[in-house]
Design a protein around this ligand. Structure first.
Ligand SMILES: [Zn+2]
Ligand SMILES: [Zn+2]
Length: 114
């Protein structure tokens, strides 16, 4: 099951995609150095995945700061376009998980609840 994109095709989404050239702006935040793309993910919106049967790539507009990728959609939507970046679903997912793990490791205070 695919998670809903944080932002649909809103004016902010279009502005972000225009700036990004409709290409994923991940430069390794997801943990993949993207060497094939010259240090930047080479997935483009409406492009096809490199693997056969991978389907069409649909880029997401989401916070550029990995620490903010976990924001609820309505808060992410309130961010100015300048703080958003284009992410392909793979990079978005991996970056968000990496950031969530880092935040969890940094926040040990939750243990006090148990
Ligand atoms: Zn990507
Ligand atoms: Zn990436």
């Amino acid at each position: 099951m695919t998670p809903r994109p944080p932002l649909a095709a809103t004016p902010a989404w279009r502005a972000v995609m225009h700036t990004a050239g409709h290409r994923c702006q991940c430069t390794g935040q997801c943990g993949d150095p993207h060497t094939r793309g010259g240090g930047r993910c080479d997935r483009e919106h409406d492009g096809h995945s490199h693997r056969r049967g991978g389907g069409t790539v649909r880029l997401l507009a989401a916070p550029a700061d990995p620490a903010q990728l976990g924001l609820p959609a309505h808060r992410a939507a309130a961010l100015p376009a300048g703080e958003l970046a284009a992410w392909c679903p793979t990079c978005h997912d991996h970056t968000r998980k990496t950031a969530a793990r880092a935040a969890e490791a940094a926040d040990t205070s939750a243990d006090a609840l148990f």
